[in-house]
Design a protein around this ligand. Structure first.
Ligand code: GTR
Length: 393
């Protein structure tokens, strides 16, 4: 019924599996020169694939030199009944004559039985929705970022907000990190005409990497277990953040859909034409030229998943979120599996989707289809944390 309602609401978009066009995906096991990929060749292949994604989908980051400074601007000790220390850190990017700042919220579980000097895994949430402050995160529990539950499971919980890094609005280039770095490089600070320049999703991912810079200064944090989580537009950016930054060990994309985990060639739910019209500031301008000709894209999103190999990646869908194409998100994982396997790791490769609310974890990849609609919920978080924990065995 929900499905029918949605079909009526978005005329012109396909929600029928039978109407998915025939498509051929780029073979993840073929090199750009048409040879069979080997494990030895993967690092070079990965670089080339990454560059293709930059040029056609997410854009190229600038080469402007910058430095980063961190300062703690607020601290709350012993929150959540004395179990956690919280702080707000100002991340300042210095370039040219100027500076640009955004904040990072950080919650570090205390370890009372510290025969336990073991380092803790950390999860950076790229928050695109509830934009918490330090005190709201402490005092108003949120289902979207259930910070206390994350700490209770033994994770360091960190968050940055999308719009503080780069505004989530077309036409506001000058107000974000992209405009700042452009000005610092001596350019006008206006949006460049270059169709391959980075856009907001990449800028948000860059912000996540600056949060990782900070986490790596903390002796409590296990540098080998830093994860990123994002929902929807945040999920697209989370995958891209981890593609660009191999210090991120695990990426979690929640209901990320078109331009995230979903295969573009399926044209199921949201399409390239629609997303680049509704959100022209998310992707490099060249991506919009693939509207209604997805088959000409030199890559598809299964290769974005493959870019994370042999690190770990988790994709989550929701039963009623057909706009994000759950099956297309799942198939990306399946079609990326050969790369994980080539590199000596297991990955989900069973084309049959798991039933709703039955998470599937195989080797370095995880998936679940949550009952319900578009959203990030405590159960999504729990599944993801369980996935990370079982990776350790
Ligand atoms: C939708 C958009 C999606 C998704 C989502 C969100 O309207 O069509 O691509 O990113 O917004 O971020 O919530």
């Amino acid at each position: 019924k929900l499905v029918e309602a949605k079909m009526k609401n978005s005329r012109g978009f396909n929600y029928r599996e039978a109407d998915v066009p025939q498509y051929v995906l780029p073979d993840p096991l073929q090199t750009t020169r048409g040879q069979a990929l080997t494990a030895e060749h993967w690092p070079q292949q990965r670089e080339q694939l990454l560059q293709t994604f930059r040029d056609h989908v997410y854009g190229n980051r600038p080469e402007t030199a910058y430095r980063v400074q961190f300062s703690t601007v607020a601290q709350r000790s012993g929150v959540f009944d004395g179990t956690v220390d919280a702080r707000e850190v100002k991340i300042t990017v210095l370039a040219g004559e100027g500076e640009y700042s955004f904040s990072l919220l950080l919650f570090v579980p205390r370890r009372p039985n510290s025969g336990d000097a073991a380092k803790l895994p950390a999860i950076v949430h790229l928050n695109n929705r509830d934009f918490p402050t330090l005190d709201s995160a402490i005092n108003e529990s949120s289902e979207f970022w259930p910070v206390r539950a994350i700490c209770d499971e033994g994770f360091v919980a960190a968050a940055v907000s999308t719009h503080e890094i780069d505004p989530d609005k077309a036409g506001r280039f000058e107000d974000g990190i992209r405009g700042f770095l452009s000005k610092a490089s001596g350019a006008s600070g206006e949006k460049p005409a270059d169709p391959h320049a980075w856009a907001a999703l990449s800028a948000w991912g860059w912000g996540v990497s600056r949060a990782v810079d900070y986490l790596l200064t903390l002796p409590t944090v296990d540098a080998e277990r830093i994860a990123v989580v994002g929902h929807s537009r945040g999920g697209k950016a989370a995958l891209w953040a981890a593609a660009e930054d191999t210090r991120i060990a695990i990426a979690y994309s929640n209901n990320s859909g078109c331009g995230g985990a979903a295969l573009s060639r399926r044209r199921f739910g949201e399409t390239v034409a629609r997303i680049t019209t509704a959100f022209p500031h998310w992707f490099c301008d060249r991506f919009a030229t693939y509207a209604d000709r997805e088959q000409d894209l030199p890559v598809d999103q299964h290769q974005l998943i493959a870019l994370l190999a042999p690190r770990a990646v988790y994709v989550a869908s929701a039963t009623d979120d057909l706009w994000a194409d759950p099956r297309g998100e799942y198939l990306s994982l399946i079609h990326a599996a050969p790369v994980f396997q080539l590199l000596g790791h297991q990955a989900i490769d069973n084309r049959q989707m798991p039933a709703a609310d039955q998470p599937r974890y195989v080797g370095r990849t995880g998936y679940h289809l949550r009952t319900g609609g578009h959203g990030l919920t405590p159960s999504d978080w729990q599944n993801f944390m369980r996935f990370i924990k079982q990776l350790e065995d």
